[in-house]
Each structure stands twice: as structure tokens, then as C-alpha cells.
Design a protein around this ligand. Structure first.
Ligand code: 6PG
Length: 238
């Protein structure tokens, strides 16, 4: 199910969402002495992460992981790890513990078990806060339509934390079709699941996805949006 927070402008969205994220992390630290934050890459969340980086909380108690990774090296312009280091892990947030996904010299498939072990041992579960984005093709995380690995990635009974994905190349994927992603089941267990989208094109995709009746493989985010057991807080501005 969805909880919609729509705004007239992006600045107001970012300020409101940053305050909500800060409150969620502070609550987790207060309740169990630490917090886990799982973040998507892409481009849309950059202003949110920059705003969060200024927020005064005990970032040394926050573990940050990735929702997904394009399988490129950490210095590559398309790397989500690089994106998070550049937009979140500075200012006050520089003290957070960050656990990237990319492992050099091996495939996403070969790295999946190690990353799952790293995330399960270093981050506190269930995740306190997950920031998701969405592509115009209806993907979220790296759960891309009709991708190799999607069946297991969307399987609600899959016990694995992450899954290797080989997406079908498209204008959305670009050349980065080899991915590592958190699984649908892992995302569903988050205490707070936020979907951050902007613009009219993504709004139309979202509106169609939340009432999706067709094959879920064609619009993976619809699995989350139509799951009555999961609350997705949707933040949107033009
Ligand atoms: C990625 C992201 C992905 C992202 C969407 C939206 O690796 O690309 O993690 O899931 O959230 O593709 O990306 P934009 O915000 O750039 O549109």
C-alpha cells in the first residue's frame, strides 16, 4: 500500500523528506543504539542526500548500505558507491560506516553471497530506512523488467539479501546491465520504505504501477506498490 506525499516544488519535498529521514534514524538510534540506512543511486536522490549530510545526528551510529549497484568500479562515473560518497558521505554524515557492494575482479553473481554476508553482519536488520528510486521502465533497485535474475529477485520467499541481475539493455539501463540488487523480500522488511520520484513522466508510471493488473515482471515496482503488507511512503514533486 502507498502513503503519498506530493509537493508543489522539489525544495519543499527535499526539506520535508530529509526531516523525516533524520527523525527515523534518530528514532532507531534511540531505540537500539544504531541505525541502518539503505540508499539507491541514480541521480534523483542527490539533493536529499546532500541535505541529509548536514543533519546533526550521531552518524557514527549509522550503517549505510546500497540498495543496488551497477557492476562498475568504484571510481567509475556510473558507480552508485561513488554517487553516495559524493552526495551523502561528507559534512556530518562523513562519520557513517559505509558498506559498498562492488567487488573487483569477480562478477555480481560471484559476489552476491559475500555482499549478503557483509550486509547481514555489519548492518542492523530489519533496515530502519530504505530510499528507493524508480525508472521510467518501472524498475526499482536493480529489479529491471524481464531481467535475468528477476524471478528470484521478486520472490517474496527468497531468503537471500541480494541477487545478481542481468538487465535487458535499454535507454534506462544504458550499458550497465550487470547489477547487484537487494531482493524484494529484503526491501519489504524495512521499517520505513521511501520511494522518491520527480517529474510528470515518472508520476504517470507510478500511477499506472500502483493499480497494476498485468504481468509483474513487466513493472517490478508494482510488486511493492500493490503489496497490502508493505507500506511505501511515496514522495513526489514536479
Ligand atoms: C540505479 C538506482 C536505480 C534508481 C532508478 C532511478 O542504480 O540506477 O539505484 O534504482 O533509483 O534508476 O534513477 P534516477 O533517480 O536517476 O532516475
Amino acid at each position: 500500500m502507498v502513503e503519498e506525499h506530493f509537493f508543489a516544488d522539489r525544495d519543499k519535498l527535499i526539506q520535508t523528506l530529509a526531516a523525516r529521514c533524520e527523525a527515523q534514524l534518530l528514532h532507531a538510534i534511540d531505540q537500539r543504539g544504531k541505525a541502518s540506512l539503505l540508499v539507491s543511486g541514480g541521480s534523483t536522490p542527490a539533493p536529499l542526500y546532500q541535505e541529509l549530510s548536514h543533519r546533526t545526528l550521531d552518524w557514527s551510529r549509522v550503517g549505510v548500505g546500497l540498495v543496488d549497484e551497477r557492476w562498475v568500479n568504484a571510481d567509475h562515473s556510473a558507480s552508485n558507491e561513488r554517487f553516495i560518497r559524493e552526495h551523502l558521505l561528507f559534512n556530518k554524515a562523513r562519520d557513517a560506516a559505509f558498506y559498498p557492494m562492488k567487488q573487483n575482479g569477480i562478477s555480481a553473481q560471484a559476489a552476491a553471497a559475500d555482499v549478503a554476508e557483509l550486509y547481514q553482519s555489519k548492518l542492523s536488520w530489519p533496515a530502519d530506512l530504505v530510499i528507493l528510486g524508480m525508472g521510467a521502465d518501472g524498475h526499482t533497485a536493480s529489479l529491471f523488467p524481464r531481467a535475468e535474475g528477476l524471478e528470484q529477485g521478486l520472490n517474496p520467499d527468497n531468503p537471500s539479501v541480494c541477487c545478481a541481475i542481468n538487465a535487458i539493455r535499454s535507454p534506462v539501463t544504458g550499458e550497465y546491465t550487470e547489477r547487484l540488487s537487494l531482493t524484494y523480500a529484503t526491501l519489504c522488511r524495512a521499517k520505513e520504505l521511501v520511494l522518491l520520484i520527480t517529474g510528470s513522466e515518472k508520476l504517470a508510471v507510478y500511477q499506472a504501477a500502483k493499480t497494476w493488473q498485468n504481468t509483474i515482471d513487466d513493472c517490478p515496482i508494482a510488486a511493492l506498490l500493490t503489496d497490502a503488507k508493505v507500506t511505501v511512503s511515496v514522495f513526489w514533486a514536479p
